[in-house]
Ligand binder design. Structure first.
Ligand code: ADP
Ligand code: MG
Length: 689
């Protein structure tokens, strides 16, 4: 399928000169791929300006600079540990070049007294004097030698130098085929003044002159290439979806109104907006693929329940899937309490339901007597058959990969899918990652929420925190205590197991413990004990990150908070402040904090708006960190920088949709150009629909 012209690019890395069996794995690791093309996608993090500076006088310590001057003297080291010093003079002043443990004969060849030399390297200030030690280049201007005017500086890994990576990249550029057809709309190219594809890659990896504006044009051109490739993939997935039939499930306003009347609160405007969007999607005879995004506590479950009611009213079944047993059970409790009184049949199925109980649930699903089923992935295992599955709701989808999502969507007869995410993602990012989905946002919190006071406390003051927690427990409140690890073999006692023992000892209250290594039943029991108040304090790892709802809990202590992601901390904090008493979140940190860690904890203290936090984290650390490791695979951008290229994505989306709509009328040349682009840059997601 691959265009023959691209074959040279998809060779293994050891096809490049200088890359043998030893360097190959190191380079593969560095570039995150195995081909020459992957190397070309390994972008410099910056460019070094090696143009000569006019005089020694203008040198700035800390900068890398290139200067020209005359060798004035070479002074041998006065002892073993001192450097050889070469004094250079350029009419405006002196510059010392220093070499430690250098061969004197070699040095004399490099720096003949009275001759001119060009040196390039980092300028230092040594006791008030300009100095450069071990310059990167020493060149002879009489021979016309000059350093490269611009040098790309790459992210590196142990075992590879910048020179090596750069040389390989230049060799890789030679393998770029000539005369690839242009895939970007010519009008856009000329409007933006973009270079062609090959020129853009050369401009990045082998610039011939220092020209920041041009470098930027090269970067944006390539970012657009990637955006266009992604959006083409998404547009094709959408087009395919709009051809697939799905049951049209009409809106059921009466049933919804009846339900709303029995709620102890009024739905927020955002909940109503999202519900309307979902209602009209489900009414279409094509599968819905919608993401419902909303901060912790924004009330996503209710919106999901509304959708389930619409399905049930239309005689379709709903599968409501949660990432963990505990959450599935909580989801079930909520749905059961809310919907059973209205005559809907609600049940739960997880991997732990066995024997007779499982049999009867499977029967209910198969004969259609069960309308709404909560559960874990177990819902989609072999042997589970639905009579008429109309809607799949996936809660906290960031725990599921795109592949899971796609697999799941292939179940049943092309049902509607609603995924719910509590990771507040900046909108541009959301649209770009979830390009295959429509997005609804709950951007309004239910009224009457208690603000949570957040404090960052150094862990040397842990005793004060324990005391304060003890006082709150005596007032009848409950507290979460989150630890970074489970194991016992810790030096500082911050593992969940040893912390639980310690707190029980000090506070003399019933303490629960829940962590990821426990069996499902035990986890549930621990959470249940805490919910019902049999335990007052729950020590946990991040298994409680999502969803657990205990209104009596007013204190959230997070140990080693500096090690958690900002979004994750925000999620954890959202476990408190759900009742009517004032709540606190204590971020215990280990000093000294890095600048970045301090800034993140500050952000968290300053605001409890999940979207603001997401934006902040995004700016501080980029999208990978915001989403956590599990999800960073979703934003496998190689060339796009969302901070810079958000608008390009929007343009690419329009272009891609237009291209897919007019595919029939497209010239074969353009079709083949777009195909080449897709082979180079389409995202590595397997769409099953
Ligand atoms: P999340 O979006 O984190 O899943 P939930 O659906 O668990 O949020 O809702 C959090 C809490 O807010 C629940 O106790 C729920 O009953 C309550 N809730 C939901 N919608 C509203 C509303 N419109 N007004 C007041 N409380 C609400
Ligand atoms: Mg939820």
């Amino acid at each position: 399928m691959r265009d023959q012209r691209l074959f040279p690019l998809f060779q293994p890395l050891d096809a490049l000169p200088g890359i043998g069996p030893k360097l190959k794995p190191t380079l593969e690791h560095l570039v995150g791929g195995e081909t020459v093309w992957d190397l070309l996608l390994h972008m410099p993090e910056r460019w070094l300006d090696r143009r000569p500076v006019d005089s020694f006088e203008n040198l700035v310590p800390g900068d890398v600079a290139t200067v020209r001057g005359e060798v004035h003297s070479v002074k041998a080291p006065y002892n073993d540990r001192a450097p050889t010093r070469i004094e250079m003079y350029d009419g405006t002043g002196f510059l010392s070049i220093t070499y430690f443990r250098a061969d004197p004969r070699w040095l004399q060849g490099q720096f003949p007294v009275g001759k001119e030399r060009i040196v390039s390297g980092r300028v230092e200030d040594y006791r008030g004097e300009r100095q450069m030690s071990h310059p990167d280049y020493v060149l002879d201007p009489a021979k016309g030698e000059l350093p490269p005017p611009v040098e790309p500086i790459y992210p590196l890994t142990a075992g590879l130098t910048n020179k090596r990576v750069h040389a390989s990249t230049i060799a890789a550029l030679d393998l770029l085929p000539e005369g690839l057809p242009e895939w970007i709309d010519p009008a856009l190219i000329s409007k933006q003044g973009w270079p062609d594809f090959k020129a853009a890659l050369s401009g990045i990896h082998a610039p011939t002159q220092w020209d920041e504006a041009f470098t930027q044009l090269c970067q944006t051109r390539l970012a657009y290439d990637e955006a266009l490739a992604r959006e083409l993939t998404f547009a094709n997935a959408r087009a395919a979806r709009s051809l697939r039939p799905a049951p049209s499930i009409p809106a059921a306003p009466e049933a919804l109104n009846r339900l709303v009347k029995t709620l102890p609160f009024k739905p927020t405007g955002a909940q109503i907006r999202a519900t309307k969007e979902i209602m009209s999607d489900m009414n279409e005879p094509h599968p819905m693929r919608r993401m419902l995004q909303g901060d912790v506590g924004s009330g996503k479950t209710l919106v999901g329940a509304f959708a389930a009611v619409q399905a049930a009213a239309g005689k379709f079944q709903t599968a409501f899937m949660a990432p963990t047993e505990v959450l599935a059970r909580q989801q079930f409790d909520t749905l059961d309490k809310m919907l059973s009184p209205h005559g809907f049949s609600v049940a739960i199925l997880t991997g732990r339901d066995k024997g007779k109980k499982r049999e009867s649930i499977l029967m209910g699903l198969a004969d259609g007597s069960l309308q709404i089923i909560a559960g874990t992935q177990a819902l989609f295992q072999e042997g589970v058959r639905f009579q008429k599955l109309g809607l799949i709701i996936v809660d906290e989808q960031h725990r599921f990969g795109v592949a899971d999502r796609m697999k799941l969507a292939s179940k049943g007869e092309a049902p509607h899918v609603l995924v719910m995410s509590a990771t507040p993602i900046p909108r541009t990012l959301a649209q770009s990652i979830h390009g295959d989905l429509d997005v609804s946002v709950l951007d309004e919190m239910p009224a009457g929420r208690q603000p949570i006071e957040t404090r960052a406390v150094a862990d040397i003051r842990i005793e004060n925190v324990i005391e304060a927690t003890g006082r709150a427990l005596q007032r009848g409140e409950r507290a979460f205590w989150v630890c970074p690890r489970v194991e016992v073999d810790d030096e500082d006692g911050s593992s969940a197991i040893s912390r639980a023992a310690m707190l029980k000892d000090v506070l003399q209250v019933p303490v629960g413990l829940v962590h990821g290594r426990m069996k499902g039943e035990d986890k549930d029991a621990a959470l249940d004990d805490f919910r019902t108040g049999r335990t007052k304090l729950l020590v946990a790892t991040t298994v409680i990150e999502v969803g657990v709802d205990v209104p009596e809990a007013t204190i959230m202590v997070i140990e080693r908070a500096e090690g958690f992601g900002l979004a994750q901390l925000h999620q954890l904090r959202g476990r408190v402040g759900r009742g009517d008493r004032p709540s606190f979140c204590i971020l215990l940190y280990r000093s000294p904090l890095t600048e970045l860690a301090r800034e993140r904890l500050d952000t968290l203290r300053r605001t409890d708006d999940g979207f603001e936090i997401a934006e902040a984290d995004f700016k501080l650390r980029g999208p990978g960190d915001l989403l956590g490791k599990r999800q960073s695979g979703l934003i496998d951008y190689r060339l796009i920088d969302l901070n810079l290229h958000g608008d390009l994505i929007m343009i690419a989306r329009q272009d891609a949709r237009l291209a897919v709509e007019r595919a029939e009328a497209m010239s074969p040349e353009r079709a083949s150009a777009l195909a080449i682009l897709s082979q180079l840059l389409s995202p590595d997601l397997s769409f099953s629909d």
